[in-house]
Design a binder for this molecule. Structure first.
Ligand SMILES: Cc1ncc(COP(=O)(O)O)c(C=O)c1O
Length: 365
């Protein structure tokens, strides 16, 4: 047997790739970043203001559980305070869900073009990820149900989904929950729910009234524009929250995030303006992309998944490179198994116009 003389990570970690966002080269100041589904309008000025005077008690740990922020979430969304857990971004909550619930022989289902952190978290926990095929770039309840067996412990579902921007209806979510055994946990990731204006959509909070085996995840990184502070939250039964708190890093939510989060939640005007901006520019994008003969998925989020031809000159990869050369960052989708697609966030007025202008230049080359 050969001797290993350096520390090796767990085999399931060794074979993973670290998450690589497309943030471009930091030295270019004027980059237009449409690659990370961030808020187009920045953050609420109220949040910015509270942070300007944030200098007190830097030597102190933040509260382990911020009653103030939890109360603010509970007031804003009319939810039961006892069922709320805060996290260092919803990413942290996804990881600790996998660590808390998955044993080595367990399986966790995620959807074909679902959020990449799901398979990552499952693998790190040492469990087996099982893919349920999408239909038309949309999660499919029947395909998820087909993958359930006695080892299934979690179903991860982002609704709406990143990177497709598509969603499944309230009826389909309920059909899924009605069909799965109560020992399987549905992780219902509603990161983009605050952007959604659609009668058939549900953000998942009401599911807790009837089902114990569900956790809804939310984030301050998208509509609230606080991605840099890393703040997310979950809504689940007290038993689930208690167990997650044993695994969560004790002080993972920092004091600046708590202050800004409360201020952001209270700024209803900023939230309204952001949703309106998104709706207006999303339909503008759809018109422009149609004029350019580009295919895209109908999105209820703040980003669009655009299809390019597989022909080399006008491929997604070349479009991404061309746009980057013009200072515009978009997200290549090869890592998601969609090499002919790019995901583009809706930006400011200027950024959107500039993106379409440069895209036209690329297609006319
Ligand atoms: C579906 C989905 N869930 C969760 C997250 C992570 O959000 P956070 O910034 O709160 O970690 C993202 C971020 O892009 C996302 O797209």
């Amino acid at each position: 047997m050969s001797k290993i003389d350096f520390p090796t990570a767990k085999a399931n970690v060794e074979k993973l790739q670290a998450y690589k966002p497309n943030f471009g080269k930091s030295k270019i100041n004027s980059l237009i970043r449409l690659s990370a589904n961030e808020s187009a309008l920045g953050a609420s000025v109220n949040a910015v203001e509270v942070l300007k005077s944030f200098s007190k008690d830097l030597n102190r740990y933040p509260p382990q559980v911020s009653e103030e922020l939890i109360s603010a979430i509970s007031r804003r969304y009319s939810l039961d305070k006892k069922k709320i857990i805060l996290g260092n971004g919803s990413d942290e909550l996804i990881s600790i869900l996998a660590q808390t619930f998955l044993n080595h022989n367990d399986e966790a289902i995620y959807t074909e073009f679902g959020f990449l952190q799901f398979p990552q978290a499952i693998s790190i926990a040492g469990a087996k990820g099982v893919v349920a095929k999408d239909v038309n770039f949309t999660a499919n309840v029947d395909n998820i149900l087909l993958k359930i067996n006695k080892n299934t412990k979690i179903i991860f579902l982002a609704n709406p989904n990143n990177p497709t921007g598509t969603f499944i209806s309230r009826q389909e979510v309920i059909r899924l929950l009605e069909a799965i055994p109560p020992n399987i946990l549905l992780v219902y990731d509603a990161a983009y729910s605050e952007f959604v204006v659609h009668d058939d959509y549900m953000d998942g909070s009401e599911l807790l009234e009837k089902y114990e085996n569900v956790i809804m995840l939310r984030t301050f990184s998208k509509l609230h524009g606080l991605a840099s502070l890393r703040l997310g939250w979950g809504y689940a039964s007290e038993n689930i929250i208690d167990n997650l708190m044993k695994v969560r890093s004790p002080f993972s939510v920092n004091a600046a995030a708590i202050l800004a989060g409360i201020a952001a939640l209270e700024d209803l005007e900023f939230q309204k303006i952001s949703v309106q901006h998104n709706l207006k520019w999303k339909s503008w994008f759809e018109k422009e992309l149609t004029l350019l003969n580009l295919d895209f998925q109908p999105s209820i989020t703040n980003f669009l998944l655009i299809k390019f031809t597989s022909k080399n000159k006008y491929s997604a990869e070349n479009a991404e490179k061309f746009l980057a050369s013009r200072g515009i960052l978009v997200r290549g989708m090869k890592v998601y198994g969609l090499p002919n697609h790019l995901r583009v966030s809706i930006g400011t007025d200027y950024e959107n116009i500039k993106f379409v202008e440069e895209l036209k230049t690329f297609l006319e080359k």
